[in-house]
Design a protein. Sequence first.
Length: 125
Amino acid sequence: MITITGNGRLTRDVQLRSTHSGKRVATVSVASDRRDRQAPALFVDLIVWEGQAEAAAEHLVQGQAVSFCGRLDPREYTASSGEQRLALEIHDVALEYGPKPRTAGQGSRTAAEPASGAAEEDIPF
């Protein structure tokens, strides 16, 4: 078994569905940058079940940062073009939610920013 720990941002809102037996399952699609910023991002799907699936669907939004740890489970599939492809899925996931992305409607200063108005990137730590 290979365990993967990583972080990234959601590429879309959480997809929540139910199995035939009624269990709730969600797919959380994440893009993770590589150390070499010139290399393309790595895309993985996090598969979460039951209560964690419902919580993820309720609280996570596209663009939000997440940290995750789980079991790597590569899955081969055939694309509509007939080409064989490999999907990277992470199962048995432990998720930690990061801050939600800012939207145009939010104010210029959040509670996490100092009262002086200094931007987060100006803080040296």
